[in-house]
Write a protein that binds this ligand. Structure first.
Ligand code: KIV
Length: 257
């Protein structure tokens, strides 16, 4: 709870940095730079080429989260509840408890507003911290990334959902692909932080998929900026290894028993 309060207190003071991790070694590096590490169900498309996050299982999320836990020292660790694990409030509670117990994460993230409010209420009543997710909801979307907040109906729904999540003590909300003025308005109207992804600089923080921003994952999504191309560095090392093996430069005596 101490870490959760720290995140909420950043609102209007300093930006919140959030990134995904799916395994220990990446988590160790991400942990040095962020406030929140998310084990996102985006791992389905990034690691397994699934066509949709709906195919990600609870077993997969728990397995990857256990590995991530080994690399996280200081950040708040949040785990996505995969599709179909919170279809009703009893399954939501059972599965959230399992995730918390087996992965020792700090919180879970669920996609949606009013439609899943009973599930969220029950988790919070049971002292399980919840991060919300509004706008583009990958678990409910088939196909292309499309922005949200284009019609009056959609805008009102987003604002109502955000206020409802806040009222029910969700500690932060991911806003995905929401039009700039709407993301700005939601952020201004809330006392809890918004974490944007494709939802403009006006959010209280930003989240990206780590594999996207370091150039490990091939993607051309509009909101992704490639900050570094790690494939270049990986290839330099691998090329040198292959060349040294082929020319008998490796292993030397130093590397041999
Ligand atoms: O699954 C995920 O990685 C996410 C973030 C991109 C917000 O939900």
């Amino acid at each position: 709870m101490k870490n959760i309060k720290k995140i909420i207190n950043k609102k209007n003071k300093s930006k919140i940095v959030c990134l995904t991790a799916y395994s220990k070694n990446i988590a160790e590096e991400v942990d040095k730079h962020v406030d929140i590490i998310l084990v996102g169900d985006s791992l389905g498309s990034v690691l397994y080429n699934y066509s949709t996050t709906r195919k990600v299982t609870l077993t997969e999320m728990i397995k990857h989260s256990k590995s991530v836990r080994l690399g996280v020292k200081k950040s708040l660790m949040v785990v996505d509840m995969p599709f179909n694990t919170y279809a009703n409030k009893n399954s939501a509670l059972k599965n959230a408890k399992k995730i918390i117990k087996e992965t020792r994460c700090d919180a879970v993230k669920l996609e949606g507003g009013k439609k899943i409010i009973n599930q969220i209420k029950l988790l919070i009543k049971n002292k399980i911290p919840v991060m919300g997710h509004l706008g583009l909801l990958p678990q409910s979307t088939k196909g292309k990334f499309k922005s949200k907040g284009n019609t009056t109906k959609e805008i009102n729904q987003l604002i109502d959902d955000a206020l409802l999540l806040q009222k029910n003590r969700v500690f932060a909300i991911v806003l995905e692909c929401i039009k700039t003025p709407i993301a700005k308005k939601i952020t201004k109207n809330l006392d809890i932080p918004t974490i944007g992804i494709g939802s403009s600089v006006h959010c209280d923080g930003q989240v990206l998929v780590t594999d996207d921003l370091i150039g490990l994952n091939h993607t051309n999504i509009k909101f992704v900026k490639k900050f570094v191309n790690v494939r270049k560095y990986i290839n330099a090392g691998l090329r040198k290894f292959a060349s040294d093996v082929r020319s008998n430069k490796y292993p030397t005596k130093k590397h041999s028993y």
